[in-house]
Design a binder for this molecule. Structure first.
Ligand SMILES: [Zn+2]
Ligand SMILES: [Zn+2]
Length: 280
């Protein structure tokens, strides 16, 4: 397949940014996950910092640390700019062998030799790290109210994932981010009920949409337990949470533009394209 077939909806891995202006009129970026999409975003932010349009305070949240969610981090241009402060938060991971991995340890390992020529300690920017769950009593940023939901391995294999609810205090409207997630066989579990309460009445729900129903039903190449959703699961979860608008996210790398364009016509949800800006 030609590369051009992936140019519309995008071929980058997971990264989402929320922009809001601070009191001084500078745009403050709040980024969730550092997949390949953060590379282009980083160039836009770096340009904005240079021109004075963007704040030098950047906020970065991680849902979890699978490769597709961290691989763009070393290439994030603001890391190499003096005077930039990147506030980073992501869940603490307890591996099966009993090791505890903080977000700092994971990013340090990703940038250590032989993976990358510049270590975390050699960056021009300042990075600070936190692994604690987010709640509005302990604000991560002054511009948004952010709460987090730590999902168990029943929703995403081995280490679970952290989902976020980002509320604009000026409008009280919320954005909820549910990826990577697979609805468990027991749809009425206590965990799913808590998740619906967490996402209740959000303005915009951005949800993992990896598989079609046919792909999920395929028993020969079963994807059950991979930790990703079908479009139907996304619609069910949007209904369960009472979300006002649902947007597809984390597209399947095997679904090219033509395939997604056809799905967009039949599913009742938004199909954002790479770089597209949505309001909530
Ligand atoms: Zn994952
Ligand atoms: Zn993923």
């Amino acid at each position: 397949m030609a590369d051009a077939e992936y140019l519309q909806y995008g071929g980058s891995t997971t990264c989402l940014a929320v922009f809001k202006k601070n009191g001084a009129g500078d745009t403050v970026p709040l980024i969730v996950d550092a997949g390949g999409g953060i590379i282009k975003l980083g160039e836009e932010i770096a340009e904005g910092i240079k021109s004075g349009a963007f704040s030098s305070q950047i906020y970065l949240l991680f849902t979890h640390y699978h490769c597709d969610h961290i691989e763009g981090f070393p290439y994030f241009a603001p890391l190499f700019m003096p005077g930039v402060h990147i506030h980073i938060s992501g869940p603490l991971v307890q591996t099966a062998s009993g090791e505890a991995w903080t977000v700092e340890r994971i990013l340090r390992a990703a940038m250590a030799e032989p993976h990358f020529p510049v270590s975390l300690d050699e960056l021009a920017a300042t990075c600070s790290f936190d692994s604690a769950p987010l709640n509005t009593g302990k604000p991560f940023t002054p511009l948004w109210k952010i709460t987090s939901f730590d999902a168990s391995p029943k929703l995403h294999p081995k280490n679970g994932a952290r989902y976020y609810r980002i509320t604009d205090p000026d409008t009280e409207k919320s954005l909820v981010l549910l990826w990577d997630i697979e609805t468990p066989a027991d749809k009425n579990s206590a965990e799913m009920a808590s998740l619906y309460a967490f996402a209740h009445n959000c303005e915009l729900l951005i949800h993992d949409t990896m598989y079609t129903d046919a792909e999920y039903a395929d028993t020969e190449h079963s994807v059950h337990g991979f930790g990703h959703s079908t479009y139907t699961m996304a619609l069910e979860n949007a209904a369960g949470a009472g979300a006002k608008t649902l947007a597809a996210f984390h597209y399947n790398p095997r679904h090219n533009d033509a395939f997604l364009r056809a799905l967009e016509k039949e599913k009742k949800m938004l199909f954002p394209q790479e770089g597209q800006k949505l309001k909530f």
